[in-house]
Design a protein around this ligand. Structure first.
Ligand code: MCN
Length: 788
C-alpha cells in the first residue's frame, strides 16, 4: 500500500510553510520594473505644475530640445492630435493625460521629456519653460460648493459642477424618529486625514511598442494587469492597439497597498510616446513625484451620531460625510455599489435604524479617493462607528467593553442582514473580544488605570471591534468598467505530476506563490513545492480583476479550490478506470484514491496524472488541466477585536503605546505565518494615520509635507510589539471557508489607538481628537482644558 504524505508534509492548508518567493527576494533576484532594460530604450521624465490652479499660457520647449540626449518633448496638444490625450479611470469618468489649457493641482503632469538617458531626461525637464497664469484655487472642501468657488469640472453631459456625487442609504424617517425619542444622543465631528500609500517602490513602466507587429508589451507596476490592459485598449484601440495586441506584464512589485490599481498619466504618456517613436520608453517616478502626485486616499469629514438608552443599548446611528476627492473621478462612486462601502459603518452591533449620507466634491488637490491598504471607505466607516461607540460609552459612564458585549450581533444570528443591506456571512464577536480582554487582562488594566487616575497619571485603554467587508464580487453587484468582478485560476498538471497554476490576481508582497500552492496541494495532494504559481502576465494568465480589497483569497483562492476539485473529479474517473471499479467504490485521501474496504488497491495522484496523458479512459479528453472563473455568491466579512493600551506624558503630550493586542477572524487560515505577517504590516499601516501620517496643503494648494523628511511613515522603531491571535469562524459560502485578511488590521487599528488616547484624556473632559493624534495635539487639548 502506498502511504501518502500528510497535509503538513505536502505543505497543505493551515501550515506555516515558508514563503516560496522569499528565496529570490532575499538573494536580490527579484525582478522589478526598473530592472527591465531593452535595446534602444528611451527614458521619460515629467514636467509638473508648481501651481494648484493655473492657466497654461505657453510651453516653450526650445531650450529643452537643445539638451544633449533629449529626443522629444510631448505636450497635451501633441497627444490631442492622435486622440491619445484622454484616459479612462478605472471606475467611471475620463481624465486628461496631459492638460492642454489648465492645471488643476500641484504636481500635475504638464509635459514629458524623452531622452536617451534618465539624466538627460531630467536635465531636459529642467529646461522646459512653462508660462502659467495662476488662479485662486479651492482647497477647503467645505468651500468647494460656494457660489464664488471656481468651477473645476465639466461632466460628460457638459454640466459644470464641483459636486461629484451624493449618496444615501438607510431609513431616514425611522432613524430620525428613534433619535427624537432616544434617552441618550451623542455626536462627534471627525476628519479622516488624506494619506498616501508610500510603497517603497514607486510607480513606473516600460512601454515597448513593436511597429512591425503592431504589438505593445507594457511592463508596469500594476495590481490589476488584465483590467489595465482593458483600459489601454480603450485609450489606444482606435490606433489599432486592441486587447489581443497588448500584453501587460507586472513583474515583482515592491508594495502596492492600493496605490498601484489606478492608471496614472505617466503610463499613458509612455505608451503614446513608444507608439509614436517606435522605441521602448521607460518611466519611473522619483520619491517626491510619487508622494506629491498620486495614490491619495481618504480625506473624509464625518459627522457621526449615536442614539441609545441610558443602560447602553445602541438604537440608531446617523452619519453625514463630506469627501474631498481632489481633482479626479478616479475614486469609486459608491452609488455604483448596492450599498456603498461606507455603509459597513453600522458595525458589529445589533440595531436596525441608520441613515447615512455622503457628498463628494472636487478641490484643487491631487486625485484622491484611491484606496490605502484598499478598504475603500471601510477604514473611514469603522473609525466613525468605533469612535462614536466609545463616545456613547463615555456619555453613559459604561465600560466600553461591556457596552460592546451588550450590543454585539450574536453568533447564532448569522447570516445577519445589516440595516444598510449587507448580509454578514458569519462571525463570533463575543468570542473575539473576550479573547482579547483575556490576553491583556482587561479588568486588571482598568484597576491599574483607576489607581493612576488618582495620582493624575494618564493611561488609556482603547477598543476596536470591527467588521470588515472584503472580496469583491459578487459580479451582480461589482464591476470595473463593466467587467464583472470574478477571479480566476488555471491549473495544468504535467505528466510528471508537477503543476503550474496561473491567476488573474497579482501579489505585491502578500505571498500568493505560497498560499495558492497550499490550497492546490490540500485539494489535489500534490506537494506545494511541486506547484509553480504565476501571476501578472496577461498573455498567459486567465482574465482576472486583480489584487486589492483583500479579494485574492475570497475570489482567486476560491477559484484555485474549485479548479482543483474539477481535476479531482477527473482523477476519480481515471482511477476507477485503472482500478477497474466503479467511481462510487473509491475513496479519496489527500494524494490518492483507494478502493473502499481494500486500501491496498489505490492510485496516487501522480499515477493518475500520468495516465491522463498515456492511458486514459476511452472517450475522455487527454491531459490534466482545469480553469475556473469564480464568482462569489457574497462578500466575506472578517472581523477583529483590538485592544490598545497607552501611557501619555502629561507635560509633553508624548504617547507611548504600551500594548496592542489584535485578535483577527479571517475564517479558515491557509498559512498562519503569512496571515501574521499581513497583520503585523497592516497594524503598522494602522498606527500610521492614527499617530503620524497626514498630507497637509496650504491655502494656495502647496503640499507642505511632500517628502519623507516630514511625511511621517512609521518604521519598526515607532511600532509597538504587536501581540496577535485569532478566532476562526469559517465563511459558509467560501469553498475553503476562508475570508480575506490583508486590510483588516489597517482598518481596525486607528480607532483602537484613538479610543485609547481619548480614554486617557477623558477625565479632563476631552471627548474626541482627530487623527493623526500627535503629542502637540494632546498637549494643546490638555492645555485648553486647564489640565496643565
Ligand atoms: N491568507 C491566508 N488565510 C486567510 C486569508 C488570507 O493564509 N484566511 C493569506 C492569503 O493567501 C494571502 C495573504 O494572506 O497570501 C493576503 O490575502 P488576502 O487577504 O486575500 O488579500 P490579497 O492577497 O488580496 O491582498 C490584498 C491586501 C490589500 S487590499 C492590500 S492593499 C495589501 C495587502 O493585502 N497590500 C500589500 N497586503 C500587502 N502586503 C504587502 N506585503 N504588500 C502590499 O502592497
Amino acid at each position: 500500500m502506498i502511504q501518502c504524505k500528510t497535509s503538513k508534509e505536502i505543505g497543505g492548508m493551515g501550515h506555516s510553510l515558508k514563503r516560496k518567493e522569499d528565496a529570490r527576494f532575499i538573494q536580490g533576484k527579484g525582478r522589478y520594473v526598473d530592472d527591465v532594460k531593452l535595446p534602444g530604450m528611451l527614458y521619460m521624465d515629467i514636467v509638473r505644475s508648481p501651481y494648484a490652479y493655473a492657466k497654461i499660457k505657453n510651453i516653450n520647449i526650445d531650450e529643452a530640445m537643445k539638451v544633449p540626449g533629449v529626443v522629444a518633448v510631448v505636450t497635451g496638444r501633441d497627444l490631442e492630435k492622435y486622440n491619445l490625450h484622454w484616459m479612462p479611470t478605472l471606475m467611471s469618468d475620463t481624465q486628461m493625460v496631459l492638460p492642454t489649457d489648465t492645471v488643476m493641482y500641484q504636481a500635475q503632469e504638464v509635459a514629458a521629456v524623452i531622452a536617451t538617458s534618465k539624466y538627460a531626461a531630467r536635465d531636459g525637464r529642467e529646461a522646459v519653460r512653462v508660462e502659467y497664469e495662476p488662479m485662486k484655487p479651492v482647497i477647503d472642501p467645505y468651500k468647494s460648493l460656494d457660489p464664488d468657488a471656481p468651477v473645476l469640472r465639466t461632466d460628460k453631459e457638459g454640466k459644470k459642477d464641483n459636486h461629484i456625487w451624493n449618496w444615501k442609504v438607510g431609513d431616514k424617517q425611522k432613524t430620525d424618529d428613534v433619535f427624537a425619542k432616544a434617552e441618550v444622543v451623542v455626536k462627534e465631528q471627525m476628519h479622516i486625514p488624506r494619506i498616501h500609500v508610500a510603497s517603497i517602490e514607486t510607480c513606473g513602466c516600460v512601454a515597448d511598442y513593436d511597429k512591425v507587429n503592431n504589438h505593445l508589451t507594457m511592463y508596469m507596476t500594476t495590481q490589476a494587469p488584465h483590467a489595465i490592459r482593458t483600459v489601454i485598449a480603450l485609450v489606444a484601440g482606435h490606433v489599432g492597439l486592441t486587447e489581443e495586441k497588448i500584453r501587460v506584464i507586472s513583474p515583482d512589485i515592491g508594495g502596492g497597498f492600493g496605490g498601484k490599481v489606478p492608471v496614472y498619466p505617466g503610463y499613458v504618456i509612455a505608451i503614446a510616446v513608444s507608439f509614436l517613436v517606435g522605441k521602448p520608453v521607460k518611466w519611473i517616478e522619483d520619491r517626491s513625484e510619487n508622494l506629491q502626485a498620486d495614490s491619495f486616499a481618504r480625506d473624509y469629514h464625518i459627522t457621526a451620531e449615536m442614539a441609545g438608552t441610558k443602560d447602553g443599548k445602541i438604537l440608531a446611528t446617523r452619519f453625514k460625510v463630506l469627501a474631498d476627492h481632489g481633482y479626479t473621478d478616479a475614486s469609486a462612486n459608491p452609488s455604483k455599489f448596492p450599498t456603498g462601502m461606507f455603509s459597513i459603518a453600522t458595525g458589529s452591533y445589533d440595531y436596525d435604524a441608520t441613515y447615512m449620507e455622503c457628498d463628494a466634491v472636487y478641490t484643487n488637490k491631487p486625485p484622491g479617493g484611491v484606496a490605502y491598504r484598499c478598504s475603500f471607505r471601510v477604514t473611514e466607516a469603522v473609525h466613525a462607528i468605533e469612535r462614536i461607540t466609545d463616545r456613547f460609552a463615555l456619555e453613559i459612564g459604561k465600560d466600553p467593553a461591556e457596552l460592546r458585549l451588550q450590543n454585539f450581533i450574536k453568533k447564532e444570528d448569522f447570516p445577519w442582514k445589516s440595516p444598510t443591506g449587507w448580509i454578514y456571512d458569519s462571525g463570533d464577536y463575543h468570542k473575539g473580544l473576550l479573547k482579547a480582554m483575556d490576553t491583556v487582562d482587561y479588568h486588571q488594566l482598568r484597576a491599574e488605570q483607576a489607581e493612576k487616575r488618582k495620582r493624575g497619571e494618564l493611561m488609556g485603554i482603547g477598543l476596536s471591534t470591527f467588521t470588515e467587508v472584503v472580496g469583491a464580487g459578487p459580479s451582480k453587484d461589482f464591476d470595473i468598467l463593466g467587467i464583472k468582478m470574478f477571479d480566476s485560476a488555471e491549473i495544468r498538471v504535467h505528466p510528471t505530476g508537477k503543476a503550474i497554476a496561473r491567476f488573474g490576481t497579482k501579489s505585491q508582497g502578500q505571498g500568493h506563490e505560497t498560499t495558492y500552492a497550499q490550497i492546490i496541494a490540500e485539494e489535489l495532494g500534490i506537494p506545494a513545492e511541486n506547484i509553480q504559481i504565476e501571476e501578472g502576465d496577461t498573455d498567459t494568465a486567465p482574465y482576472g480583476l486583480g489584487t486589492y480589497a483583500s479579494r485574492s483569497t475570497p475570489t482567486a483562492g476560491a477559484a484555485a479550490a474549485v479548479a482543483s476539485r474539477k481535476l479531482r473529479d477527473k482523477a476519480r474517473k481515471i482511477a476507477a478506470y485503472l482500478l477497474e471499479v466503479s467511481e462510487d467504490d473509491l475513496e479519496w485521501e489527500p494524494g490518492k484514491f483507494f478502493v473502499k474496504g481494500a486500501p491496498e488497491k489505490s492510485k496516487t495522484i501522480q499515477e493518475i496524472v500520468f495516465a491522463s496523458y498515456t492511458n486514459h479512459p476511452p472517450g475522455m479528453e487527454a491531459g490534466f488541466e482545469a480553469t475556473h472563473y469564480y464568482d462569489p455568491p457574497n462578500l466575506t466579512f472578517p472581523s477583529g477585536a483590538y485592544i490598545c493600551v497607552v501611557d501619555i506624558d502629561k507635560e509633553t503630550g508624548a504617547i507611548h503605546v504600551r500594548r496592542f493586542v489584535a485578535i483577527d477572524d479571517c475564517g479558515n487560515i491557509i498559512n498562519p505565518m503569512i496571515v501574521q505577517g499581513q497583520v503585523h504590516g497592516g497594524l503598522t499601516q494602522g498606527i500610521a494615520p492614527a499617530m503620524y501620517e497626514e498630507l497637509i496643503y496650504d491655502e494656495a494648494g502647496n503640499i507642505l509635507n511632500g517628502t519623507f523628511m516630514d511625511y511621517l511613515v512609521p518604521t519598526a522603531v515607532e511600532s509597538p510589539k504587536w501581540e496577535t491571535g485569532h478566532t476562526v469562524t469559517p465563511s459558509p459560502h467560501h469553498p475553503i471557508g476562508a475570508k480575506g485578511v490583508g486590510e483588516s488590521p489597517t482598518v481596525g487599528a486607528p480607532p483602537a489607538i484613538a479610543n485609547a488616547i481619548v480614554d486617557a484624556l477623558s477625565p479632563y473632559g476631552i471627548t474626541h481628537l482627530d487623527i493623526p493624534i500627535t503629542p502637540f495635539k494632546v498637549w494643546k487639548a490638555l492645555k485648553e482644558k486647564g489640565a496643565i
